[in-house]
Structures are given as C-alpha cells and as structure tokens.
Design a protein around this ligand. Structure first.
Ligand SMILES: Nc1ncnc2c1ncn2[C@@H]1O[C@H](COP(=O)(O)OP(=O)(O)OP(=O)(O)O)[C@@H](O)[C@H]1O
Length: 440
C-alpha cells in the first residue's frame, strides 16, 4: 500500500524543516565512533534520531516545492513519500528506555565528557563557496526561518555531549537490544532509499518529456546538486551507524571510514573494474591500458567507497573516449595515465586520456545531470535496480555525481579538455578531513 502524508505529518515535517542541519566532519566521525561500546552507540543513535528527521524534513519540503511543476511528476512524488515515511518512522521511534535502566548505567550515559574527549572543531567546507555562487539565483527555496525571521540555532557538533563513560561499565541487555532495534530501523530506511537516484532521474525525464525540454533549467540542476549531496550525507550517517553496530572491529576502520585508506589500492581496483566493464561493453579482448603512478605508502582517512566510485566513473569516461576515438578493433591504444600526488592540504589524482577531448561549447553541459553523448538514454518506466548498476555510460550522472562525492568531504573535481587531443580530470581530496559537510 502506498504511503500518504497526513496533515498532521505535514505539520511535523514543517516544524523539523525549520531547524538547520548540523554538518559533521570526517575527523569528528572518526573520533565519535572510535572504540564503540553499547553506551557510545546508544549516544550515537541519539544524535541520528535528532539529526536525520531534520535532514529528511528539509528534503520532503523541497520536493514538494519544486519549480516548473516538477513536484507533480509521479516519480518525484514517490521519492517524497519515501522521505516522509522514513521521517515518520524516525520521529516515532521511542527514545532509550532510561527509566528501566539501573542508576549506575544512567549515570554512565549522562556523564559529561572529559576535556580530551571533546570533538575537534570542524571548518567550513570549501565547496560551499562555489555552491553559494551557484545557488545564489535560486528563488524557490526560502531561507529557513522561524516566525521572527531569524534562523533557529542548533548546537554545533563539537559542543554536543554525545559521550558515555565506558570504563568498567557492563551494559545491560536493554541497551544492546535498543541499539539493535534502532540499527534494524536504519537498515530498512537505507534500503527504502536505495533507488532514489534512479527514481529522481526518472522523475526529471518524465518532466522533460511532458514539457518537451531538451536540457534541464539551472534551478533544477542546482536543486539536483543539493538533493544528491544531501543524500550522500544521509547515507553516510546511516551507513556509518549500521557499520559501527554490525561490523567486527578492525584496527584501520571506524565504521565505513578507513583511517588508513590506501589510495594505490583503491585506484588500482577501480582501474581493473573500469577496464573490465569497458571490455565487456565493447566486446574487446583487451581495453586501453591504464598506467598508475602512485606512492604505495600513501594512506589517509576517507570512505573508500566514495573514492572508488569517483575514480571508476572517471576511468569509464576516459576508456570510452579512447575506444570511441580509435575504434574497438585496435591492438594498441594510447595509455590513460593516472598520477597521484600528495601535497600539504590535498591529495590530487590526475586522470589524463587521449580520447579526443570535449568541444568547448559542451563543457558547461557536462556538469548537468542527464547530459550524455551515449545513445539510447532511457530509464525504463519499471526501472527497479537498487542503484546504478555499472553500465559503461548512459545516464549523464557520472561527472556531476562524482563531483558531489569529492566535494562532500571538502575536495573537488575539475576537468580540462584539449579539444582534438584528450581530457585531464583532477580529483582533489582534502587531506585534513576537518571540513564539515556542505549542507544547504
Ligand atoms: N574523458 C572524456 N573524454 C571525452 N568526453 C568525455 C569525457 N568524460 C566525459 N565526457 C563527455 O561528457 C558526457 C557526460 O559524462 P558523464 O560521466 O556525466 O555521463 P555519461 O558517462 O554519459 O553517463 P553515466 O551517467 O553512465 O556516467 C559523456 O557522455 C561524454 O560525452
């Protein structure tokens, strides 16, 4: 049965959407999730129970207020209902069973954190500067204000008290049980939202067909950027909590964050995967070669899944450009070069191909969703894949989504093309990991 947003639920959604979201940094998440106990997991859950409904409420409201009648598209409505349903499940999830816990457990949960356990301050995400420029012209999202016209204040992450005294505390089964139930709820929510990217893309296609539009307007483009960026953040928080609760401890991992992500390993694997997809797609025996120049001992804290997603998408683009320029029947191709360098602030990955580049007139389009030069762009009406399977190309989402992943933790993605020769793409990853999510 499909979910309906009742007037009462709308009222709650508007209330939660009037609060600003609280951005976290990678560094804070590492410290927050280190050596978890059932007590600290419970406190981490408390943060999510407060933060996630606010983030979801912002999105429901925005999906409802989209310009150009986009919010009337069936697929957009479907996504809005998913967000509202998850919002409702979270706000009706009961708080921890404090009354039934023994006094010493309540004390351990309510204790103030000692100085050394304070979270370090996060810094503004450098991407916000670009995005503020981009979003400056948007008119359909009113600033979040309360009745007096002032933005409601929330406590920044570093001043929150999500801490539990774990030394010598034996956590009772009620706490473990509570954590387990909350994790299950989060798993169900995460699964519900798996097809969001494709369903929103479907909604935009429905709208393009209805209006006979060739390209999407700038305001829709900016909304998609914000929406997908917010999705990355929500899934990061949920994925992190599930991992902390369900995975065996590993010395290099805090949840889904690898504190010693090996750039060489991640990029090498992405190269193998992209070449495999390319060879399958073009039915080739051997795809273009990819040279990797990267120090083997380069490690930094990151979410490996994010980095492999970015590199894989960019390599697919380069491989496709090279194969299409020279044809799939060649014995040799000019190699694609991947060079990784560590600087003071950034780790930069440059991917250079000789695939002929991109005409300058097309450069502004490549960052727009749904721009692709692949034929047969179509998302099936009944598309039910859990997320993007790995096609060679075709949705026009590779570049804009990869840039969002890079920006999420304070990095960036740039592309420079030499029309007639090839393309260089630079992935900048922020090594300092103190910048907070660029939430809008
Ligand atoms: N390295 C490159 N060389 C030449 N053209 C490129 C390169 N990278 C991207 N492009 C062009 O930009 C377009 C958009 O790329 P993008 O990665 O966003 O989408 P896509 O590859 O078409 O589809 P998908 O969503 O499956 O990634 C491509 O269709 C291609 O025309």
């Amino acid at each position: 049965m499909s979910f309906r947003i009742s007037p009462d639920l709308w009222h709650k959604i508007r209330h939660f959407a009037s609060f600003p979201q609280t951005g976290v940094s990678l560094q804070q998440m590492v410290l927050f999730g280190q050596n978890p106990s059932q007590g600290t997991l419970l406190k981490a859950g408390e943060f999510l129970l407060e933060e996630l409904p606010i983030r979801l409420a912002h999105r429901v409201k925005e999906l409802d207020e989209l310009p150009h009648n986009l919010s009337e598209m069936p697929s957009i409505n479907k996504v809005k209902d998913w967000y509202a349903q998850s919002f409702e499940e979270l706000i009706s999830f009961p708080g921890p069973p404090m009354d039934s816990l023994p006094q010493h457990i309540r004390d351990a949960l309510l204790v103030q954190p000692p100085k050394q356990h304070k979270l370090p301050e996060s810094t503004p995400n450098p991407s916000l500067a670009f995005m503020a420029d981009d979003f400056g012209s948007m008119s359909f999202t009113p600033p979040k204000q309360n009745g007096n016209g002032a933005q409601k204040m929330r406590i920044p992450m570093e001043r929150r008290r999500y801490y539990a005294n774990t030394s010598g505390v034996v956590w009772p089964p009620e706490v473990r049980d509570y954590n387990r139930r909350f994790t299950k709820t989060l798993e169900a929510i995460k699964r519900r939202h798996d097809p969001t990217v494709t369903t929103v893309a479907q909604g935009v296609l429905e709208w393009k067909r209805k209006c006979n539009a060739r390209n999407i307007d700038l305001d829709v483009q900016h909304w998609l950027d914000r929406f997908y960026l917010s999705r990355i953040g929500i899934r990061f928080l949920i994925g992190q909590h599930i991992a902390l609760n369900t995975l065996q401890p590993h010395p290099d991992y805090v949840g889904i964050i690898c504190t010693r992500s090996s750039v060489h390993e991640i990029v090498h694997e992405a190269i193998e995967n992209a070449r495999f997809v390319c060879e399958e797609h073009y039915a080739m025996f051997k795809g273009p070669p990819v040279q990797l120049i990267c120090p083997k001992d380069l490690h930094f804290p990151y979410v490996p899944g994010h980095l492999s997603h970015i590199v894989f998408e960019l390599l697919k683009n380069s491989l496709r450009a090279v194969v299409e320029r020279y044809g799939p029947d060649r014995d040799t191709y000019p190699p694609i070069k991947v060079i990784v360098v560590e600087g003071k602030e950034d780790i930069t990955i440059k991917i250079s191909d000789e695939g002929g580049g991109i005409p300058r007139s097309a450069i502004p389009l490549i960052w727009t969703y749904m721009y692709t030069t692949m034929d047969g762009q179509n998302i099936d009406q009944d598309f039910q894949a859990s997320d993007f399977k790995a096609p060679m190309a075709g949705f026009g989402y590779g570049l804009p989504l990869s840039r969002l992943y890079a920006r999420y933790f304070g990095g960036d993605l740039r592309l420079i093309s030499m029309d007639g020769f090839g393309t260089d793409v630079y992935i900048h990853l922020n090594k300092l990991s103190s910048s907070r999510e660029p939430l809008q």
